[in-house]
Design a protein around this ligand. Structure first.
Ligand SMILES: *[C@@H]1O[C@H](CO)[C@@H](O)[C@H](O)[C@H]1NC(C)=O
Length: 237
């Protein structure tokens, strides 16, 4: 009974630990899939007001044409499931050279912007990253897998640094909010683990004690036999 409960408990603890590890590992080892959430272009590079063909491209990859993006100053939002999504995958700790371009029949493509696209840019806890270039475009990219503990910790140190920095309190409120959430999250994980550890230790101690009691009980029986023999009350033939 006790042993069954113990293994049951162990199994549950292992399951929990496993799921925690599974939750954390993908962010650490796999690359994050990036989708386009919204885009707004502020100008086109076409002559004669022709409709532009806007596309996204990372060096060495196929280009992704945005078939709907035709008008300036219109915010196009996407679900992330469109036929041309996702845009790319960003590996951990390695940026890609990507850009937003407009096709041109006569010459090589016009460039809205070209930049180093990194998974560490996705600092927002929801996995959003806004890339804005004045007079060119404003795009929000989404990569939930890019947000992992590494980012959380660098954010924590960033917040700590900004807290230590004297003078400007600009953005300190949002930083403090994040700080509090992180501290709560980390303490929740730590306390869950320590409670689990304490319960496991207590169960083990209980089991050990019961075994000792059992051994003592059996020993008592054996001793009882000895006493009977000594008194000559052994089996009568
Ligand atoms: C860019 O787009 C995002 C999302 O639509 C918006 O929140 C942000 O204010 C925009 N930024 C600028 C500078 O237009």
């Amino acid at each position: 009974m006790t042993i069954r409960f113990l293994t049951n408990f162990k199994a549950r603890a292992l399951l929990l630990l496993g799921s925690i590890i599974i939750c954390i590992l993908p962010g650490v080892f796999s690359s994050g899939v990036v989708t386009l959430k919204s885009i707004q272009i502020f100008k086109t590079h076409e002559l004669f007001n022709a409709k532009p063909t806007v596309y996204f491209n990372c060096e060495g990859e196929n280009r992704t044409i945005f078939p709907d993006v035709k008008e300036t100053h219109v915010v196009y939002t996407f679900k992330g499931e469109e036929s041309w999504q996702p845009l790319t995958e960003l590996p951990d700790k390695k940026c890609k050279r990507c850009g937003l371009y407009e096709m041109d029949i006569l010459k090589s493509a016009d460039v809205f912007d070209e930049w180093e696209f990194c998974s560490s840019d996705f600092l927002d806890p929801d996995g959003n990253y806004v890339h804005f270039k004045d007079k060119e475009f404003n795009a929000t990219f989404l990569c939930p897998q890019c947000v992992h503990l590494d980012n959380m910790f660098s954010m924590l140190t960033m917040i700590a640094d900004s807290d230590h920095a004297s003078g400007s309190h600009h953005g300190a409120d949002t930083g403090k909010g994040m700080h509090v959430i992180l501290v709560v999250l980390i303490s929740a994980i730590v306390s869950t683990l320590s409670i689990l550890g304490a319960v496991a230790a207590y169960r083990y101690w209980q089991w050990k004690k019961r075994q000792q009691d059992q051994a003592r009980f059996l020993k008592l029986f054996e001793d009882g036999d000895d006493i009977e023999e000594e008194l000559g009350l052994g089996p009568v033939l």
